[in-house]
Design a protein around this ligand. Structure first.
Ligand code: RIB
Length: 311
């Protein structure tokens, strides 16, 4: 089972011709309202990939909360640890340009009230994969990771969006997942002498004795795994060649499907292969949750992506 602890946001998506520069106002025809938030996106991605998923977090009592609850219910995500609070549901302004690139601003709202204590000890054990990101309070993530580790659960940490480094958090993590920007922020904050995403991921994995996966957009992904993990070593996978419509949620698709694959007992190479296909497919549809592929979608495109290479 996968327990996702994280954010749920109502995404206001503004499709524009070009992203605004500093001080610039740009216009678009209409705004689209879609379910999002890194936590909820990853929960939906894992559920669509076939995993049993429970989501812990907070939404407000408003209609945005209804939208997010509805989307998770439709995906079959368990909501026993989701709470409705007085604060407004988290919101994100997602500006997307004609090439699918985005700029995102998030107002945390109810997400900042999410507590690790919403997850019962009975839900943490050797058969659990815990998945966290950085849109809830860091202290709550740290507390959950500590409890999960002590209970023998697998802990996956998507350090997105990347901010200040929490070494205690990283010491409780089995695998860190970051994109290129986040890899650089976390490696710098850790004082590591590394440059470029692969070197940074390798250095982070070594410094904190954990696995580290870095996603590189159209360049695929790289993983460095400590010797104790089976199979350890270094791995690289390509991305599917796609014409992106909207890259929002692509990272969440990768992380959710990676978690679902490990939770199903696949090895890291198979998990990277499925996750990379999922991340690529998520670029083909507007919005975060509407773009997340099903297990059948992933199966259908798997043979079109070269197998994962051991470095
Ligand atoms: O990763 C994409 C997500 O980031 C969006 O859905 C938005 O809500 C922000 O959390």
């Amino acid at each position: 089972m996968i327990v996702v602890f994280g954010s749920l946001n109502a995404d206001f998506v503004f499709p524009v011709a070009a992203l605004p520069r500093e001080g610039e106002t740009v216009a678009c025809e209409a705004v689209l309202l879609m379910p999002g938030g890194k936590g909820a996106n990853q929960a939906v991605a894992a559920a669509r990939a076939g995993a049993e998923v429970r989501m812990a977090g907070c939404v407000g009592g408003d209609s945005f909360g209804d939208l997010l609850v509805g989307s998770l219910e439709e995906a079959g995500v368990g909501l026993g640890a989701l709470e409705r609070v007085a604060a407004p549901t988290g919101c994100a302004a997602v500006v997307v340009d004609a090439e699918g690139r985005n700029q995102i601003v998030v107002a945390g709202g109810a997400n900042l009230e999410a507590k690790a204590s919403q997850i019962e000890d009975g839900d943490l054990g050797p058969a659990t994969t815990v998945l966290v990101q950085c849109e809830v309070r860091p202290g709550e993530n740290r507390e959950l990771a500590r409890r999960a580790r002590a209970a023998g659960a697998r802990v996956l940490f998507n350090a997105a969006p990347a901010g200040s480094l929490d070494p205690d958090m990283l010491r409780s993590v089995d695998c860190l997942l970051v994109n290129e920007i986040e890899a650089s922020v976390v490696a710098k904050a850790a004082g590591l002498d590394a440059s470029g995403p692969i070197e940074e991921a390798r250095a982070l994995a070594g410094a904190f004795a954990m696995g580290c996966v870095v996603t590189m957009g159209g360049g695929g992904a790289y993983a460095s795994l400590p010797g104790g993990q089976r199979p350890g070593g270094e791995w690289q996978v390509d991305a599917l060649p796609v014409e992106p419509v909207d890259t929002t949620g692509a990272g969440d698709a990768f992380v959710g499907v990676f978690a679902a694959s490990l939770d199903a007992g696949l090895d890291v190479a198979e998990a990277l292969h499925r996750a990379s296909v999922a991340g690529s497919l998520a670029c083909l549809t507007e919005g975060a949750q509407p773009s997340l592929p099903s297990a059948a979608d992933i199966d259908q495109r798997l043979a079109g992506l070269a197998p994962v290479r051991r470095l």
